[in-house]
Design a protein around this ligand. Structure first.
Ligand code: ADP
Length: 190
């Protein structure tokens, strides 16, 4: 299996690039943000809970997120692999993912990290707000909160994969095509 963690701050381009990676490598795209948003739309209990955190730019609690992720993976047990987009976002989530994948006799192949500086991220999120209809894109205070949560809780996940020699930095600045080419090149040389 080819299991990629696509990593990067809010607005780094994970969703856009995931679409291209799944097409090229036949992987399942698993975006925790997308699953939460689908649950909000479907007015499920999980959606209601997730919304109360997401609208403020906070993380949904680890136990809820980890359980949700596990059940999503189990829906596609026989796939060629996964792109994890927006997960793991905390050290506890990274640990849980390793443990869970081990029970399926597989593991994370690599973390590909899109690197984009903060000013550029804010610009991109402001533009996305005009089309996404996402509550968490619309308010600059919520965007600031998401970036702060990223820096405090999510950025440290990088060292978790560095310690396993699985971390690969990708320059996230440039055209969408240029960044896709960098990602393909990184995966093809694994
Ligand atoms: P972005 O990367 O642009 O912030 P996402 O769609 O990945 O957007 O996530 C949107 C929101 O969903 C997050 O701000 C958070 O509230 C929630 N969320 C998504 N993934 C996770 C996760 N792995 N753990 C906790 N909360 C999550």
């Amino acid at each position: 299996m080819l299991n990629i963690v696509l990593f990067g701050p809010p607005g780094a381009g994970k969703g856009t690039q995931s679409e291209r990676l799944i097409e090229q490598y036949g992987l399942i795209h698993l975006s925790t943000g997308d699953v939460f948003r689908a649950n909000i739309k479907g007015e499920t209990e999980l959606g209601q809970l997730a919304k109360s955190y997401m609208d403020k730019g906070q993380l949904v609690p680890d136990d809820v997120t980890i359980n949700m992720l596990r059940s999503e993976v189990m829906k596609h047990e026989n796939s060629a692999g996964f792109i994890f987009d927006g997960f793991p976002r905390t050290h506890a989530q990274a640990l849980a993912l390793d443990t869970f994948l081990a029970t399926l006799n597989t593991e994370i192949t690599s973390m590909l990290a899109l690197e984009v500086e903060e000013e550029e991220l804010k610009e991109r999120l402001k533009k996305r707000a005009e089309v996404s209809g996402r509550v968490d894109d619309a308010d600059p205070n919520v965007i600031q909160n998401r970036i702060q949560v990223y820096n405090n809780e999510t950025a440290p996940v990088k060292s978790f994969y560095q310690a396993q020699n699985k971390y690969i930095a990708i320059d996230g600045i440039g055209s969408i095509d240029a960044i896709t080419s960098r990602l393909f090149a990184a995966i093809d040389s694994l």
